[in-house]
Every structure is written in C-alpha cells, then in structure tokens.
Design a protein around this ligand. Structure first.
Ligand code: HEC
Length: 147
C-alpha cells in the first residue's frame, strides 16, 4: 500500500510519468487491501507484538470497518479515474485551487463532510488526498507507533 501511494503521489507531483495502467494498478492495490479484506486481516486475538495493530481495533470495530470501507470506495474512484484518462492526467483530475484539505473551508465552516461526498464526482487528486487522510487517521488511532 505504501508503494502504491508513493506511485500515485509521484504522478500528481510530476515526479513520475503518468501511465494509466500503472496508476490503475496502484489504485487497485489499495482497493483490494482495504474494505473487507482489511477488516479480515485483523481478527480478534491478532493484536500485540510483533503486530503494530492495536487492540483498540477490537474495541471499535465499527469505526475501523468504516475507515477501511471509506478507503476502498476512494480507491475504487481513483481506479475509475484511470480508466477515463488513458492518455494522461486530465484537467478534471486535478484539484481546483481552494479545494483545500483539512477540516475547515475558507468560510470557516465545513464544506460538507468528505466522508459523505461521492468520490466518483471529485477530482482524482482530491480523492488521493482523502486517501492519505484515511491512512493517517486509521494509523493514528489503530496502529502502534514504532521508533
Ligand atoms: C482502517 C485502518 C487502516 C487504514 C485505512 C490504513 N491502514 Fe495501514 N495499517 C493499519 C494497521 C492496524 C497497521 C498495523 C499492522 C500490523 O502491524 O499488523 C497498518 C500498517 C501499515 C504499514 C506497515 C506495514 C507493515 O508491514 O508493518 C504500512 C506501510 C501501511 N499501513 C500503509 C498504509 C497506507 C499507505 C494506507 C492508505 C493508503 C493505509 N495504510 C491505510 C491500519 C490501516
């Protein structure tokens, strides 16, 4: 998943040439490892060393599964975006200026929760930022920090 995220990030940063197949493969890697597959990777009793998975997963199953499913739907949207852009990153895949991530908009209130919006209607670059937020959010709560 880390490699897949690096590939996608490289494409949006212009450090990697866009290749629709490679972009889609990276999105599919994330999709296949999230959702149900991710939930099933952490069965009860699988916590503690050497795993960095916290026992909080067991105590907050609903939240963990929701994050895993949210990640899956975002990755699916990215994968579709690659189908629609065989030859290169299109303008519509780019995040519009002012579409800042984070919890508040310029108006100082939430411009609709990202969790509720339909990712297939968002620019792929924005979807990718939301993906990275899911990684961070889940790790912050459910993964042990390693030195
Ligand atoms: C729903 C929760 C969740 C989401 C979302 C999530 N992760 Fe994780 N991730 C975990 C947990 C829990 C671990 C610790 C696993 C362990 O040590 O057994 C982990 C571990 C990892 C590791 C270390 C793997 C290893 O072998 O030690 C990497 C790298 C990683 N995640 C990348 C990502 C990336 C990239 C994303 C986003 C595209 C992501 N994760 C999204 C829960 C999540």
């Amino acid at each position: 998943m880390a490699d897949a995220a690096k590939t996608i990030s490289g494409v949006f940063d212009g450090k990697l040439a866009y290749d629709a197949a490679a972009f889609k493969a990276a999105a599919e890697t994330i999709r296949h490892r999230s959702g149900k597959a991710m939930v099933e990777s952490f069965p009860a009793g699988s916590f503690g060393a050497p795993s960095a998975a916290k026992v909080e997963i067991d105590q907050s199953r609903g939240e963990f599964a929701a994050l895993a499913r949210h990640l899956e739907s975002l990755a699916a949207a990215l994968s579709l975006a690659a189908d629609n852009a065989p030859d290169g990153i299109t303008e519509s895949m780019r995040m519009a200026p002012g579409m800042a991530m984070g919890s508040s908009s310029l108006l100082g209130k939430r411009a609709g929760s990202a969790t509720d919006a339909d990712p297939s209607k968002m620019p792929a670059e924005h979807v990718f930022h939301l993906i990275l937020q899911d990684c961070t959010n889940c790790h912050a709560k459910f993964r042990e920090k390693r030195q």
